[in-house]
Design a protein around this ligand. Sequence first.
Ligand code: NAG
Ligand code: NAG
Ligand code: NAG
Ligand code: NAG
Ligand code: NAG
Length: 618
Amino acid sequence: MYIMYTVLAGLAILPFFLYICFPYLIHDLQFIVRGIGCGVKMSKFKKKKTFYTILDCFLDKVKKHPDKPFIVFENSTYSYLDADKQSNKIARSLMEFSSLKEGDTVALYLGNEPMYVWLWLGLSKIGCKAALLNNSIRSKSLLHCFSCSGADVLISSTELKDAVEEVLPALQEQNISVFTLSEECNTVGIETLTDKISKASDKPLSPDLRSNVKLKSPAIYIYTSGTTGLPKAAVITQERVWMASFLQGLVGVTSDDVIYVCLPLFHSSAFLMGLTGAIERGITLILRRRFSASQFWEDCRKYNVTTIQYIGEIMRYLCNTPKKDNDKVHKVRIALGNGIRADTWSEFLHRFGDIQISECYGATESNIGFINYTGKIGAIGRENFLMKKATPYALIKYDTEREEPVRDSRGFCIKIPRGETGLLLGKITKRSPFIGYAKNHEQTEKKKLGDVFEKGDLYFNSGDLLKIDHEGFVYFQDRIGDTFRWKGENVATTEVTDILITVDCIEEANVYGVKVPGHEGRIGMAALILKDGLEFDGSDTYKCVKTSLPSYARPRFIRIQKSLALTGTFKQIKTKLAENGFNPSIIQDPLYILDENKGYIPMTQEMYNSISSGTIRL
Ligand SMILES: *[C@@H]1O[C@H](CO)[C@@H](O)[C@H](O)[C@H]1NC(C)=O
Ligand SMILES: *[C@@H]1O[C@H](CO)[C@@H](O)[C@H](O)[C@H]1NC(C)=O
Ligand SMILES: *[C@@H]1O[C@H](CO)[C@@H](O)[C@H](O)[C@H]1NC(C)=O
Ligand SMILES: *[C@@H]1O[C@H](CO)[C@@H](O)[C@H](O)[C@H]1NC(C)=O
Ligand SMILES: *[C@@H]1O[C@H](CO)[C@@H](O)[C@H](O)[C@H]1NC(C)=O
């Protein structure tokens, strides 16, 4: 009897015990169960006679709920069936009026609109790949991106007519067919498509047209900008499309959710995490031309949005909007994205209510990723045995000064202990391949690192410095290049930024290192945006950096900008600023220098000259 009691009591406290010892067990199990679910689905897809693609999934959803809204854009709603019919028409027009056949590539050059989706679906129906061109690129860059995809056809919208005409002669030399989405066009060499689509039949197309599409077939090309050089076209295979499309399910999006997508569709966040993920779930997608901080919550309320997609800056812009009484009045429950900073994260939750933020880590082309599925603030993810098994990875010792991995006497890399920061490598295996970039062998090879732990092994070099703590939470520390060295010390730019933006007058800060003649390393500099109507307060800023940062990390120079230079996904541009340096005769913006006695004071040409000549040592 007594034993009975003990056992029962033991059982009763078991959940409590588990909770105390493994506080994240439920999250881990939930994630692992969902992860295994995805794995099972994937192996089923592979077993089918012809590989089950995301298009097949779309067609199944059309059968299942033809009238369910699929895309809502501006004031129009398009059902799953509408999308199916539109894409049939497109596929038929393209087959008739171009020489496209299975396996060919078509470059899409247009902004966010439903047509983007119909075009991609139409192309998939005839077994063609889509190269998703950034609609902001022009001339040389446009030609470069177009060429690296190997596309034979370019389709663009009327707003981009001038941009297309600029490169038309070069395209014509290569016999490229160019289509525009309009009824009429009087430019020789550009064909209209809208008229052809409207006349085409909307009857379904035979799956035979795409019978050679396999797991490893390239599905789309997505361009990655990187820190240097021209964009590269990352090859996204059908398998990768699936992996990314499972993300929504992994973080708990269900078939009743409504997702809001305002990032550009040519980018992997919106296209893979947003669009193809929405198809996998069979949900409604609210599409916007572009992000608008003032419209964001209005839209969420209007359309009963439950899932939003973000990149860090979007969250920050939302937090920077004036507070409103109805900030918490909405149905958003999940935010899926990447790049949110811990301070923004807390502020966002405080301001907009209890939203599950699912921070993901992973580059478009990378073979490794993490998801923060426990909601631990600041973590980009969590280690678990399933992930380690499915996608082996390692953190290795990295020399930030020489900018290369540290190797031991035998020439192998060194794994770092838990809690330390190291370079993330993803092992290249059959299950986690690194496909690389289209027509760019050199850049593809550059991302690979061999002989890491044994002769002949091969890893994908993420270029990111990560830390995994004792509980298994993964933290993003730095992108290589986001650290610079001064006086023999490493300065993490994000840390300095976090301090600067606590100063009253500062809205945004971009921190980087600049070279100083006669000095090793780089000294800290910050480009700042001030809050509306406020002046730069040099003494207040100095007080703040002095109390919070060691002297080597304090920005020695400050430049005040009207707006920060950002990439299309709002990542801050540092290289350009670093090249500009701190010469008042080159930089038009107001420039300040840190004077240990007076704080930040205006920088003069004489000061610059004395620093350059070495009269003043920094
Ligand atoms: C949508 O409809 C509203 C009200 O009917 C109108 O004010 C708005 O301009 C429309 N938006 C677009 C993009 O057509
Ligand atoms: C373009 O087409 C013409 C005529 O069909 C052909 O002579 C020429 O070689 C082609 N050029 C290229 C670059 O394929
Ligand atoms: C949003 O939800 C409310 C209440 O559930 C409903 O009355 C309304 O029609 C919904 N709006 C849309 C656009 O689905
Ligand atoms: C993980 O998610 C939670 C809640 O959504 C968040 O509070 C936490 O900061 C995240 N961790 C990181 C490292 O971003
Ligand atoms: C798109 O192109 C513009 C113009 O070149 C560039 O500033 C931006 O970074 C690009 N966006 C992405 C996501 O690569």
